[in-house]
Design a protein around this ligand. Structure first.
Ligand SMILES: [Mg+2]
Length: 215
């Protein structure tokens, strides 16, 4: 691994789902159940939902993007249904995360394929909303999700430079374009058997970014 001076990192982009909270909390599983319910209630012709969703995800990056293109789904209607979840049933105030984030001087920005109000609710329940200067959500991305390069280009339209930024994600696929643009990439995962050329650092939970930044 090339050595880098982490003082050069000025901005940290943090994914939301399964990154800022652990996968085991089950929130994204609940969102996924509601996506299933959305599809089954509106498109009775789709027999194998699991297969169809996988196809959409692989081809378009998110189920929503696929449903918008293939089925003309209105994204606002989709969000109202899919993200209609009581976040507090899944997450709680995270003192460890609050501690870690309060000690990181770099600017922190949420970068998510979810809508802003859902992201904000998650941050509020965790108790960390004050640490993030922006939420770059799917509307800001004009519904073109990660891992499309288009989504990443939007991050660097202003003052932020890719080589001065780090991205923390649970989905390795989303780190491919990040690496291509020159960002420092961090994968949050409990399954660290695979090594990817586009991943600089592996951590098992978000709070470990502290260790990377101190290096
Ligand atoms: Mg994620």
């Amino acid at each position: 691994m090339e050595s880098k001076n982490y003082n050069s990192i000025k901005t940290i982009f943090v994914d939301l789902d399964n990154t800022i909270y652990e996968k085991e909390k089950g929130l994204l599983t609940e969102v996924s159940k509601r996506i299933d319910l959305f599809i089954s209630s509106r498109f009775k012709d789709i027999k194998n939902r699991e297969e169809y969703r996988k196809k959409l995800f692989d081809e378009y990056g998110t189920t929503l993007r696929g449903l918008m293109i293939e089925k003309g789904v209105n994204p606002e209607e989709y969000f109202r249904f899919v993200n209609n979840i009581n976040i507090e049933d899944f997450l709680e105030r995270d003192e460890e995360l609050i501690n870690v984030l309060s000690g990181i001087e770099q600017e922190k920005i949420i970068f998510t394929n979810s809508p802003r109000e859902y992201a904000l609710n998650v941050l509020k329940v965790l108790g960390v909303e004050e640490f993030f200067s922006y939420i770059i959500d799917i509307r800001y991305l004009d519904f073109i999700p990660k891992p499309s390069e288009e989504a990443f280009k939007r991050l660097f339209k202003g003052r932020i430079k890719p080589e001065e930024s780090m991205i923390v994600e649970d989905y390795e696929h989303n780190l491919k374009p990040a690496k291509k643009f020159g960002m420092t990439t961090v994968l949050v995962s409990n399954e660290n058997n695979t090594k990817y050329p586009h991943v600089d650092y592996y951590i098992s939970k978000i709070t470990e970014i502290e260790g990377i930044l101190r290096k």
